[in-house]
Write a protein that binds this ligand. Structure first.
Ligand code: ADP
Length: 535
């Protein structure tokens, strides 16, 4: 055993040698240092587990040098023990020595007023690793549990669910989605599966949905998307083609960054097919109803014409009858009987009323037919360039003739408003808005139509001072069959289709339609159309 001299007299020498012998027998590593520089005066055999250098070569060196990475920490602990004269313990010290990485518990015991320090190092690598393993194990268990919960959650949803990461890759599918797309269900992070390539997605009108408009990608931009109706055709089986209503939401991490989009699809194929069948039926039924209605109208018109002819001849015939009575050729009773036969004003009124209600009915049937054609994209159009102004004037004149209570006014800042489109369809829109303005202003009053040029658009406004539309209904009145609370059954007649059709027509012409209304004060219906010069 080679040691530096640590004793000044023989007694002390004996003590020191005894101590070294004891230290040498320890399984813990031990090192004795001297002075403020902590130079090594003794290392025991077990110290080789930390530094396997020849023991002699370590003597006289500073402790800081023989523990390359942990040296400073050890130095600090030793210094504190040396200065205070008290035992200092360091519970865990990681040493990256020539013998590899290990964890040690360090106890520095001052000797002889801190001149010497006995430092014991007890290896705790196994315990630390065990603890570490436990922590790693726990976090792995937690991660697995989370993944399990996430997977169970998406698997428990009976609608197809797809998880898309911020790179646009599929990282999870439930069974419903996987079965439909012909893929494996589960949560996976290593497949680099581009979401758009998993199926062909198009809007219900067959137009392919661009990548940026896919609900999952819109969600990755932070949007919460609800109820986008589309057709999804799996890549592996183009025979399968179903309609879905898709919703997607972004998922954020603790910092608020979007890390995921969850896309949930609801199969609406049955509903769409049912609606198609219903629209088909409505279309056929309303088409069929038009024929008998046309015949009834024609007959009523013929009757009306006959009656009018009779009414026209009545004054002359009555005069002739009077002469005959005077000449005694017929009796006064016969005369009054024939006069009664010639008085047909009431009958003419009845006929007009029949024609009026048949027209109402025909209009409603046309609306139903138009609405079903719009739904199936079969509303034909006959486009050309024309001036909107005379169209509006003609509708106003026609409606003014049948509505004495209202004053229809047209205001415009220019003489001509050229548009490109289907004149009869746009006529239908203006007619519908003015018809509504009249219908929903039962007290009468002014109805103003204003035309203005707004940039490349022409804006048309129809303003009435009628019953107005309740606030909560305003956003729905352009939907099919929607009637606001102001039009409850028994008040104003109608099917709730006119505005739906009108807005669709305007949209097909590249314009917009909206409403501004104050309940009780009146409504303003607006639409825009691109000016023909804009094409
Ligand atoms: P309807 O045949 O019921 O008039 P529309 O589609 O033309 O159908 O209008 C839908 C609903 O919007 C109407 O039922 C009515 O509640 C409301 N509405 C439309 N125009 C007006 C208006 N000028 N004033 C008040 N309410 C209106």
């Amino acid at each position: 055993m080679r040691v530096l001299k640590v004793a000044s007299n023989s007694n002390q020498l004996l003590e020191a040698e005894t101590m070294y012998k004891v230290l040498d027998g320890l399984s813990d590593a031990a090192v004795v240092t001297e002075g403020a520089e902590h130079r090594v005066v003794f290392v025991n055999t077990s110290f080789a587990r930390i530094n396997p250098a020849v023991r002699g070569s370590l003597l006289g060196r500073r402790l800081i040098e023989i523990f390359p990475r942990a040296g400073f920490r050890i130095d600090k602990v030793l210094e504190s023990a040396r200065r205070t004269g008290e035992t200092v313990t360091l519970d865990k010290l990681e040493i990256y020595g020539p013998a590899g990485h290990g964890c040690w518990k360090l106890t520095a015991i001052p000797e002889r007023d801190g001149r010497y320090l006995v430092t014991l190092l007890h290896e705790i690598t196994a315990q630390v690793r065990e603890k570490l393993d436990e922590a790693v194990y726990k976090s792995r268990v937690m991660a697995e549990e989370r993944a399990f919960i996430l997977e169970s959650l998406i698997q428990s949803i009976t609608d197809p669910v797809v998880l898309v990461n911020s790179l646009g890759q599929v990282i999870g599918l439930n069974r419903e989605a996987a079965d439909y797309l012909g893929m494996e269900p589960g949560i996976f992070f290593d497949r680099n599966l581009d979401y758009p390539s998993t199926a062909l997605r198009s809007y219900t009108n067959g137009v392919r949905i661009p990548r940026s408009e896919l609900p999952a990608f819109r969600a990755l931009q932070g949007e919460v998307v609800r109820g986008v109706e589309m057709i999804i055709e799996p890549n592996n089986n183009s025979d399968v083609k179903r309609f879905f209503s898709l919703s997607a939401s972004p998922v954020r991490d603790a910092q608020g960054n979007i890390i995921l989009a969850v896309s949930v699809a609801r199969d609406i194929t049955e509903r769409v097919n049912f609606e198609k069948a219903k629209d088909g039926f409505i279309s056929v039924a309303s088409h069929e109803m038009r024929t008998p209605l046309g015949i009834v109208r024609g007959t009523a018109q013929l009757m009306e014409m006959g009656l009018r002819r009779r009414a026209e001849k009545a004054p002359t015939l009555k005069k002739e009858l009077d002469d005959k009575v005077e000449r005694g050729e017929i009796s006064a009773d016969t005369r009054s009987g024939i006069s009664e036969y010639l008085a047909v004003d009431k009958e003419i009124q009845y006929c007009s009323s029949i024609i009026h209600w048949i027209d109402q009915m025909a209009r409603m049937i046309s609306e139903v037919l138009d609405a079903s054609r719009l739904e199936s994209g079969q509303l034909e159009s006959n486009n050309r360039s024309f001036d909107l102004m005379p169209v509006i004037q003609e509708v106003c004149q026609r409606l003014q003739a049948v509505s004495e209570n209202h004053r229809l006014l047209v205001e415009a800042d220019e003489d001509e408003y050229m548009v490109y489109g289907d004149q009869s369809r746009l006529n239908q829109v203006v007619n519908n808005l003015l018809d509504n303005a009249i219908k929903y202003s039962p007290e009468g009053g002014d109805i103003r139509v204003e035309l203005k040029r707004r940039g490349e658009d022409i804006e048309v406004k129809v303003i009435d001072s009628g019953v107005g539309i309740p606030e909560k209904d305003q956003k729905y009145i352009f939907e099919r069959f929607y009637r606001a609370q102001n039009a409850m059954p028994g008040t104003f007649g109608g099917l709730g289709l006119g505005l739906y059709i009108s807005r669709q027509i305007i949209m097909e012409h590249g314009g917009r339609m909206w409403v501004e209304s104050s309940p009780g004060k009146g409504s303003g219906f607006y639409f825009t159309l691109p000016s023909d010069e804009a094409f």
